[in-house]
Design a protein around this ligand. Sequence first.
Ligand SMILES: *[C@@H]1O[C@H](CO)[C@@H](O)[C@H](O)[C@H]1NC(C)=O
Ligand SMILES: *[C@@H]1O[C@H](CO)[C@@H](O)[C@H](O)[C@H]1NC(C)=O
Ligand SMILES: *[C@@H]1O[C@H](CO)[C@@H](O)[C@H](O)[C@H]1NC(C)=O
Ligand SMILES: *[C@@H]1O[C@H](CO)[C@@H](O)[C@H](O)[C@H]1NC(C)=O
Length: 334
Amino acid sequence: MNILLLVFPIPLLTVLFAQPIYGFESLGAHDVPHFRTLPCPNPEDIAPCICTYTADKGVMDMDCMNISDEEELYQVFHSLIPIPTFGKLSLPSDRLTTLTDEVFRVATFEDVIINCSNDCEPTLTTVGPNTFIKSVSTLMSLTMYPTNISEFPFDTIQEYVNINAFILNDSPLSIFPTISSETLLTLVLINDTFREIPAHILDELPNLKQLELGWNSIDSLGKDVFASLPDIRQIVMVNGGLRHLHSRQFAVTSPNLYVIVLESNLIETVDPDTFIGLQSSTIQLVGNKLTLLPEATWKPLLDSGVILQLAGNDLTCGCDVAWIVLEPTYHPLV
Ligand SMILES: *[C@@H]1O[C@H](CO)[C@@H](O)[C@H](O)[C@H]1NC(C)=O
Ligand SMILES: *[C@@H]1O[C@H](CO)[C@@H](O)[C@H](O)[C@H]1NC(C)=O
Ligand SMILES: *[C@@H]1O[C@H](CO)[C@@H](O)[C@H](O)[C@H]1NC(C)=O
Ligand SMILES: *[C@@H]1O[C@H](CO)[C@@H](O)[C@H](O)[C@H]1NC(C)=O
């Protein structure tokens, strides 16, 4: 007996742990036992969600793209889930309307993606302030597009101590949100419906590196709105409604900002000091409505090593640009 135990300790352990925790129950309840892959729940308990365990990463993902409504989602997360700590959660934004505070019970997630295909009609309208509250220390990204969300509990984002990306695209979000977060690196709000980025609205995002706000009709920008982002690297505002840029609207304090992309706006004029503080970066102004390049605006920037990309503008090559034409050191920069 002793010898057997000594010779076979590993297989014995394997057999013990390979048994599903609720294996006996499954055997009693069904003709054919459905053994789950530890540590996922039994597949029939969570259908139509599918749990996938990636052993080398030690992560369980939950794909619930085939869920039909909130009631079914609630049932899934109120079934027997031996280990309720998941990596990625995928949900459809065209079959759920509300994610209540209780829907996920005790389950935690690292990456949540709520989306649907290009031609879908998104119905997701409401996310509760505590829907993901169990994930305060695990959630790293929340990605939603398209949705019918016009209001979101943005004030709760600061509670998520590891969140680094928040993405809410293709949604009827008509007011630029106030978000505070010590950890957020990436904020993406593309193709929503807000038109204004008010001054000071980005003051509480000290680690933000990437800001993507394309395909909004933004035509109003607060003074110094980006100057409070000490480590911003990239600002992308393509396909917006900017027409006249005024002093300090793109004032910069981050030494690491390498590109501001303003392609396909309606920009006609740029006042001096609009981009004050910018150094050794690229300003991409392709496809705007610039006709003049006044020296007072652009010479200080070129002198700081800024590169301008100006294709697709109707620049009049008159004496206005003589200051560039006559100084060959500017030629590689324009
Ligand atoms: C969803 O359902 C479709 C059709 O029944 C199936 O082909 C697909 O594999 C399912 N996907 C998931 C993630 O459950
Ligand atoms: C949802 O997003 C994920 C990740 O970006 C992607 O792989 C998937 O194809 C998307 N689903 C739909 C229905 O577009
Ligand atoms: C979208 O949300 C609005 C309320 O904000 C609601 O009136 C409308 O019915 C919702 N649309 C869909 C398709 O769910
Ligand atoms: C913007 O979002 C709407 C739905 O809100 C969608 O129909 C449209 O295709 C999107 N446009 C782009 C350029 O992604």
